[in-house]
Design a protein around this ligand. Structure first.
Ligand SMILES: [Zn+2]
Ligand SMILES: [Zn+2]
Length: 213
């Protein structure tokens, strides 16, 4: 275990347990750990932990430093990715928690993107929000509440599609500014693939939708 992880775990044990942490019998080791905890928490909080708070301190248990390690390594629990259209009128933010990502070769995706295929990633719609230019959205679809494509009405960029009874969005990966953690794992609807385009990677190919095995 790296030293940081070990001492981080020690912090949890020291704070969370009633008894001394197992294996903590060497006084020098105890002092070393105490010093490390003190330097992470800061002198004021360390003093309160040692002497008891003069007022209730409900925040101690939820201090992010206890969970995420040293301040310079702290990260938000969930990363947010920025996305935008070509002209910059519409911006959105989406959580980096996509559940799947695919390259779709269906003719609709070819038309809406003007490309050979559309790389997209799926996520629950509540995890995407339009942060700027919502009034510049062009919503295209027969049942806008259940399924639609969202474009910028000024430049035409396709940003995302509302799908699956309005519960999910398929983000057009090309509209992301930040790189997502996920990568497309397959080509779908290759039965409609543009004849002038050749797939050159080794990802699985499906004639239509992904078939669960
Ligand atoms: Zn635009
Ligand atoms: Zn498609």
């Amino acid at each position: 275990m790296p030293d940081d992880a070990a001492s981080n775990e020690q912090i949890h044990r020291t704070i969370g347990a009633d008894q001394p942490a197992p294996g903590l019998t060497d006084p020098a080791e105890g002092r070393r750990i105490a010093g490390s905890i003190r330097s992470r928490l800061g002198p004021a909080i360390w003093r309160m932990m040692m002497t008891g708070p003069s007022a209730p301190m409900p925040f101690v248990m939820s201090m992010p430093v206890l969970v995420d390690g040293p301040p310079n390594e702290r990260k938000p629990m969930t990363r947010s990715l920025a996305g935008m259209c070509f002209c910059g009128a519409v911006h959105y933010s989406v959580s980096d928690e996509f559940r799947y990502a695919l390259n779709c070769h269906c003719s609709n995706c070819q038309r809406t993107t003007g490309s050979a295929f559309k790389p997209f990633a799926g996520i629950e719609c509540r995890k995407l929000s339009v942060t700027q230019g919502a009034s510049d959205l062009l919503i295209h679809g027969d049942q806008p509440d259940m399924a639609h494509d969202a474009h910028c009405r000024r430049c035409g960029s396709l940003l995302y599609s509302l799908v699956r009874d309005g519960q999910w969005v398929h983000v057009a990966l090309g509209s992301l500014v930040d790189a997502p953690s996920i990568r497309p794992t397959a080509h779908i609807f290759v039965g409609s693939k543009a004849p002038w385009f050749t797939i050159t990677d080794d990802l699985p190919q499906y004639e239509g939708h992904v078939v669960e095995s």
